[in-house]
Design a binder for this molecule. Structure first.
Ligand code: 5AD
Ligand code: SF4
Length: 439
């Protein structure tokens, strides 16, 4: 029989975005603090198995049911299974109806309830108006040099393809002093880099759960960059619509901000952007990208693109290709449109783009992007770049990231870990660089 004092084992699997990674870290830390669970990678020894889900596209939902079925056959006698995250929010108790061996369901906006529901068979906590914005989560062990901090919960946009507002609810910003306090604690534990996370980070500061004055993301960046010992600030995802001049100028001139920015384009066609309710035009996007490239010559720009949104004509698609040609993204996350429940784009069903056309368009984007990636990475050869080393590989290589977030590998030892070191780049592949340490 299990002694109450004895530590129980938690196996947690995370699907989806970086916000889910942070939510999983919070889940693990809360269960450690309040329920004495410690992590395990071995599902067969786990007393509790949690899957933290994503529902942005359809595939992960299908994956969820096959995965929990597997968990159920592998788990040890008496072990519990919990489903958390966005799919938990949108399917709720249907998950338990379809898979009765699931013990509890906790939505993406209800992570603070985890310690209360783990021992309640059949619990379902999925309210999307729950306010987790001032809940002080127990802190998980951060990676040695990096930490992630949520700066807001939910999303106020209504992008017509996106299920997130229905699973994570309205946007509420986390108070700046809580964010700064959290980062200071992580820096005291060795972190030198922070990732600020939200569905739409640069609309930060418009609504708090108390009646305080509004603020802006730019002001938050300025506050965070005052933290002594914090060397590098990253954030995701910003929205192109909110990339005003003030924000771009802060991005350009603040030396602590990593010069890699995500600009989720989604489509290059103003018509499709309108149907997606993105709030900007092709010209606005190009203008913002141009301004960023002018002010930050070494910037890396990454993006998300959805092809085959309902009604996307060949001409619309060519606008997307045109933006890709003009901006030359350093990284593209490509998706074929996937109809999601509770989204406005479902009403456009009769304009569905045939799947073979969608697949062809996706391949065209991928091929063009590969060409750009090779060209862009090659330009780094011969340059000297500063790298924060963070990983030691068994083959005697260490790896880290440059200020503009390119991965670099060199021969080296663990004493370089956590250090910012100058590296002369000698070789480039499409996705990473190799180099030698400059003595
Ligand atoms: N279909 C395809 N891609 C989607 N994304 C969000 N919703 C959908 C959908 N229904 C993509 C967007 C977003 C990224 C996180 O996922 O590109 O930026
Ligand atoms: Fe979804 Fe749009 Fe909000 Fe991003 S900004 S989470 S795509 S609704």
């Amino acid at each position: 029989m299990q002694n109450k004092e004895e530590s129980k084992k938690l196996f947690i699997q995370t699907l989806g975005c970086q916000m889910n990674d942070t939510d999983s870290a919070h889940i693990a830390a809360e269960l450690n603090k309040h329920k004495n669970y410690t992590p395990t990678h071995n599902i067969e020894e786990a007393d509790l198995i949690i899957i933290n889900t994503c529902s942005v596209r359809e595939k992960p939902v299908q994956k969820l049911f096959s995965e929990i079925g597997q968990f159920n056959t592998k788990k040890k006698e008496g072990a519990k299974i919990g489903v958390c995250g966005c799919t938990a929010s949108h399917l709720g108790e249907d998950i338990i109806k379809r898979a009765p061996y699931v013990d509890f369901v906790v939505g993406a906006r209800n992570i603070s309830k985890i310690k209360d529901v783990v021992d309640t068979k059949g619990a379902v906590e999925i309210a999307i108006d729950n306010d987790d914005s001032t809940y002080e989560f127990a802190r998980a062990e951060t990676s040695m040099y990096k930490t992630s901090v949520n700066i807001s919960i939910g999303c106020d946009k209504e992008c017509t393809y996106c299920i997130v507002p229905a699973t994570r609810g309205d946007e509420i910003s986390i108070p700046p002093e809580m964010i700064v306090e959290q980062i200071k604690k992580d820096v005291a534990n060795g972190a030198v880099e922070v990732m600020l996370l939200g569905q739409n980070v640069n609309s930060y500061g418009r609504r708090f759960s108390d009646k305080r004055e509004k603020t802006t993301f730019t002001k938050l960046l300025q506050e965070v960059s005052k933290i002594d010992g914090l060397e590098r600030i990253r954030f995701t995802s910003p929205h192109p619509l909110h990339m005003d001049d003030e924000f771009i100028e802060e991005f350009a001139q603040n030396p602590k901000i990593s010069k890699c920015i995500h600009m989720p384009l989604q489509s290059g066609s103003t018509n499709i952007l309108k149907a997606m309710k993105r709030g900007y035009t092709k010209e606005w996007f190009l203008n913002r990208a141009k301004k960023i490239r002018e002010l930050v010559p070494n910037v890396r720009i990454t993006t998300d693109i959805i092809v085959a949104f309902p009604g996307e004509t060949q001409e619309d698609f060519e606008d997307t290709i045109d933006v890709i040609e003009q901006v030359k993204f350093d990284q593209i996350f490509n998706f074929k449109y996937s109809p999601r429940p509770n989204t406005a784009a479902l009403a456009l069903e009769e304009q569905t783009v045939p799947d073979e056309i969608g697949s062809k368009r996706l391949i065209e984007v991928i091929e063009l992007h590969k060409k750009h990636q090779s060209e862009l990475m090659q330009v780094n050869v011969g340059k000297t770049m500063t790298v924060l080393f963070e990983n030691l590989k068994p083959n005697g290589e260490i790896s880290g990231f440059t200020d503009n977030y390119c991965q670099v590998f060199v021969k080296g030892s663990d004493e370089l870990l956590g250090q910012f070191v100058d590296v002369k780049i000698t070789e480039a592949t499409r996705t990473a660089l190799k180099g030698e340490i400059v003595k």
